[in-house]
Design a protein around this ligand. Sequence first.
Ligand SMILES: Nc1nc2c(ncn2[C@@H]2O[C@H](COP(=O)(O)OP(=O)(O)OP(=O)(O)O)[C@@H](O)[C@H]2O)c(=O)[nH]1
Ligand SMILES: [Mg+2]
Ligand SMILES: [Zn+2]
Length: 370
Amino acid sequence: MTLKELGWTPEFATAFAPYRAKGWVPARLIRESPINFGAFLAGSDDIEEIDVILCGRVWHAAACDADLPAVGDWVAVELGDENTDSVIRATLPRKSCFSRKMPGNSSQAQVIGANIDYVAVVTDAGPDFNLRRMERYFMLIERSGAKAIVLVNKSDLFTKEQNQNAADEIAALWSGATVHITSAVKGEGLKTLKKYLKKGVTMCIVGSSGVGKSTLVNQLYGEEWQWTGEVNEATGKGRHTTTSRELVPIPGGGLLIDNPGMREIQMWTDETTLRESFSDVEAIAAACKYSDCSHRNDAGCAIRSAVESGTLDPARHVSFLNLENEIAALKKRAEKRQMAVERWAKRNRRVKARNLNDRIQLERDERGDV
Ligand SMILES: Nc1nc2c(ncn2[C@@H]2O[C@H](COP(=O)(O)OP(=O)(O)OP(=O)(O)O)[C@@H](O)[C@H]2O)c(=O)[nH]1
Ligand SMILES: [Mg+2]
Ligand SMILES: [Zn+2]
């Protein structure tokens, strides 16, 4: 596989030039674990897979978790030999990045896929169908820099009409999304999907657990991708649930990132992005009687009368109120965290100044030694 087939572009080549001079090689990260990463190196006929570790300098330079190397990232690697590890010396600037708020109470962003061209959200016309969740996916995709595709999968389980209605409702939410009806088990709609997967194109597949993401990846891969299957090999029962994300090269072109199902698709955004995606609701709010209207039970609330007169979807009103709450909570957590980090850093500096060994280690890290 060539660099180009792995998604390399002239922009990456320019960014990489200073690292090439140091004798480092470009590699694309395919998986991450708490201790190391897997990466692809461009090779003559095949691709070579290597394990790489992170150097202290890259780790320290990351202002937050989202800045650390993630699946899909292009990195500069200093190759090791039998005795030394291969080390990530630098990460190249991303052309796009799909992230969400980290599950749980953290206010950090979690990178789902870096340098992706498409995010494909998989759902169905039945139990998984949820327009409000889809709205959140669209907001995250819009700010990622990737294009949105929606797959209304498991079409074999529902009537033609049900599938079409679901697809139409999703398509009406956002003009930036292309919606397809698929059945992974029947192989329907896969040809359409393959058309996106030209050489060097990366597609990230997301959606709730059990909607058929891995089945789609397997079908596109052409044979069973080793780490998925109907039956869990260890226990011999139940289906295999994907537990970590991984970049999979598709024979014939393109790369897919399969993801574990997402239980929480939370907003990770700022106030500006939020307001932009609700600009229609914001425009209505301008007519509220009071400028500090909470849009709940306040007198003269234009949003509420829009809902009552049928010009605004009530669910979108609720969604608007909840998202505002979420942003407020997000901000509070970010502030708290910032304070904690500052306290911690201050204490650390004091401790480090007293401890000569630590100071030597710190200097080593800063020079980039491992
Ligand atoms: N009837 C039908 N079943 C499907 C289809 N696609 C997937 N399935 C079944 O749905 C189940 C879950 O599929 P997976 O591909 O493991 O789902 P997933 O989205 O990867 O799930 P997680 O890894 O847990 O996030 C399996 O039993 C599949 O055979 C489809 O198009 N039609
Ligand atoms: Mg899966
Ligand atoms: Zn109001």
